[in-house]
Design a protein around this ligand. Structure first.
Ligand SMILES: NC(=O)c1ccc[n+]([C@@H]2O[C@H](COP(=O)([O-])OP(=O)(O)OC[C@H]3O[C@@H](n4cnc5c(N)ncnc54)[C@H](O)[C@@H]3O)[C@@H](O)[C@H]2O)c1
Length: 265
């Protein structure tokens, strides 16, 4: 049977009341902004992060602001046992999972590929690729229909100098999004992604600190988008929110660029 979305109001289509969401890496940056928007739209949320204290603080703040049930737990997506525990916790405490945002990721220390050590590449792949794959798998095992949103990057579509391992990992996230959409579609699980351009987050600031210290005008460089400014975490969170709602009910296997035109020109 074809669901009748056209007779539903905009308020209803954009509401997440009754939905249960997990956000990885929710303590700061894009993940934190996403937690706030999902809860504002009515979802109950499990905030997960390797930073247990940060996740707990974010959960308490958003619960207080929105009145939703927002809880937290530590996760290290490089360790599958913690992913399984978090997914089980969401089912136990919130009653199920309809939305899983695969946001946690690590940035590379920049440098030429010719100098990259195997264990550095392994760790990056373990988090950005295998970790996100395991999260999607554990989410799908517990979902009765729903949506998985993966954080790719504009570097999932094109090269960037000095960060080959990161570029490889984000290309993998794009491929994973398409492939899992194919597999999970029959289970009524949509798998989508966002590809942010330069977003001003704590993770990016940490990454850019050495360049700033060397005198580079990092702010000016990050603002080189078609809209003349760097992105804010909420610029991405609003698109994740859209993809998580029934507004995007017929979108799957797609990665949406949220990049102020960086990929366009
Ligand atoms: N900020 C950007 O410009 C940008 C651009 C493209 C893509 N992205 C992607 O968006 C996502 C979030 O980026 P951000 O800039 O908000 O990052 P951030 O570094 O500010 O925050 C990332 C969060 O993930 C957590 N985390 C790191 N490793 C983890 C692990 N193993 N298990 C669980 N949690 C872990 C961190 O503690 C932190 O709270 C990442 O996947 C990143 O690759 C960011």
């Amino acid at each position: 049977m074809i669901p009748d979305y056209s007779s539903r109001t905009l308020d209803d289509l954009t509401s997440l009341v009754g939905k249960r969401a997990v956000v990885t890496g929710g303590a700061q940056g894009i993940g934190a902004a996403t937690v706030a928007r999902l809860a504002e739209a009515g979802a109950d949320v499990l905030v997960t992060d390797i930073d247990e204290v940060g996740a707990a603080a974010m959960a308490a703040t958003v619960a207080q602001q929105t009145g939703r049930k927002v809880i937290s737990t530590r996760i290290d997506i490089g360790d599958t046992s913690t992913i399984v525990a978090a997914a089980d916790l969401c089912v136990e405490k919130l009653g199920g999972i309809e939305i899983w945002v695969n946001n946690a990721g690590v940035y590379p220390t920049t440098g030429p590929a010719i100098d990259a050590a195997d264990d550095f590449v392994d760790r990056l792949m373990q988090i950005n690729v295998r970790g996100n794959f395991a999260c999607a798998r554990e989410a799908a095992r517990r979902m009765n229909g729903g949506v998985i949103v993966n954080l790719a990057s504009t570097t999932g579509f094109r090269a960037a100098p000095g960060i080959s391992a990161y570029v490889m990992s984000k290309h993998a996230v794009v491929g994973m999004t398409k492939s899992l959409a194919l597999e999970f579609g029959p289970k009524n699980i949509r798998v989508v992604g966002v590809a942010p351009g330069p977003i001003d987050t704590p993770g990016v600031q940490d990454q850019l600190a050495p360049l700033k210290a060397a005198g580079l005008d990092v702010g000016a460089r990050m603002s080189q988008t078609l809209l003349g400014r760097a992105g804010q975490a909420d610029d991405v969170a609003r698109v994740i929110l859209f993809l998580a709602t029934d507004m995007a009910a017929w979108i799957t296997g797609e990665v949406v660029a949220v990049d102020a035109g960086s990929l366009a020109g």
